[in-house]
Design a protein around this ligand. Structure first.
Ligand code: UT7
Length: 329
């Protein structure tokens, strides 16, 4: 079974039905449609009312399975990239149960907005080793749960959604052409969702801390600078490993954090605008979901054709960043 390649054979996505526009946000905090659109490229975003993270992820997964012409029972491994699970112990098993992938081993992977890329690379190692054949990779987040809805510097950015791909072992070719992943914990304070415990005395000389998580906190300018500097580098490294250069990229799909970031990175890499996929105007920043959501939309719109070379790159909290180069099936 050794020496297998990875093929991505299906994609799917899901967003909640409820929509929050820039105008709506201007009724919540001191902001304007003009500010949000000119600074971020966002016009609206989808927010979950009651749909859980697991339900959103399951909807995206079912779509991806349908495109891949597989039934849930054929899935061997399910990895859910999320920072907003329904259950702190993980939500992948709930997704496994919801879609009926009863044979699959399922676990969560947390790498914030880099989660989808990190999950794709992780599952590829199992596939290449011949351990698992059919694998679901899901990126899903319900960031609306953790946003401070009174903080205009963050609440206009984040939203909810899910995207998924099906990866399959191939004995004939390897369509994951190259990847690179990076982390820098020294910049953790630039973007986080920290736990804050309160000291609680249980017995004499026995204390624990109990509490909950805070809301998303971000130093926007720092993260902006980090993304523009590091993302072109990591894409170039992944291209180098793939023995390709930027001219070989048919489509660039970046984490949808800010249209200005997307434009600046594409410009640095000298990738023309028509090769850059963006749907940030409609969905905002959906964290781990943003790349598979943009990928799936472009596939369903017929933009992406068989054998097109796609560069994806995620970046965000951790800080983490990574890129993968693959060919569509
Ligand atoms: O997904 C994880 C990765 N995340 C990112 O990559 C996000 C990276 N950062 C960004 O995208 C941008 O830094 C932001 C969109 C968050 C902010 O854009 P900016 O151009 O860096 O604005 P800024 O933070 O420098 O703020 C400019 C001004 C400030 O006012 P003063 O100090 O110039 O008077 C802010 O107080 O805009 C003000 N401001 C707002 N005004 C209206 C900040 N947020 C808002 C708002 N509406 N929502």
């Amino acid at each position: 079974m050794k020496g297998l390649g990875v093929a991505i054979i299906g994609s799917g996505s899901a967003v909640p039905t409820q929509i929050l526009t820039n105008q709506d946000l201007s009724r919540l905090v001191e902001t304007s449609d003009e500010w949000i659109e000119s600074r971020t490229g966002m016009k609206k975003r989808h927010l979950s009312t009651g749909e859980s993270l697991s339900q959103l992820a399951a909807r995206a997964a079912i779509e991806a399975l349908t495109m891949a012409s597989l039934v849930p029972m054929e899935i061997d491994l399910l990895v859910l990239a999320t920072s907003t699970p329904d259950d702190l112990f993980g939500s992948a098993c709930q997704v496994q149960q919801l879609i009926g992938a009863t044979r699959a081993v399922a676990f969560d992977l947390t790498a914030a907005c880099s989660g989808f890329v990190f999950a794709l690379v992780t599952v590829s190692q199992f596939i290449r080793q011949g351990v698992y054949k059919n694998v679901l990779v899901i990126g899903a987040d319900v960031l609306s749960r953790w946003v401070d809805w009174g903080d205009r510097t963050t609440c206009v950015l984040f939203a909810d959604g899910a995207g998924a791909v099906v990866c399959q072992a191939s004995s004939t070719e390897d369509r994951l052409l190259g990847f690179e992943m990076c982390s820098d914990g020294s910049q953790n304070g630039s973007l986080n969702l920290a736990y804050q415990g309160i000291s609680k005395n249980l017995l004499d000389n026995l204390t624990v801390t109990t509490g909950t998580y805070q809301t998303i906190s971000m130093k926007g300018k720092e993260v902006y600078r980090f993304a523009i500097e590091k993302v072109p580098e990591v894409i170039e490294k992944a291209l180098y490993r793939a023995n390709l250069n930027t001219a070989d990229i048919d489509w660039l799909i970046l984490h949808q954090a800010n249209q200005r970031i997307i434009d600046a990175i594409a410009e640095r890499l000298e990738i023309p605008r028509e090769k850059v996929i963006s749907n940030i105007a409609k969905y905002g920043n959906t964290s781990a979901a943003s790349i598979p959501l943009a990928l799936d939309e472009a596939v369903r719109q017929g933009k992406i054709s068989p054998r097109d070379t796609i560069a994806v790159s995620g970046f965000g909290a951790g800080l983490t960043w990574g890129a993968a180069i693959f060919q569509w099936f």
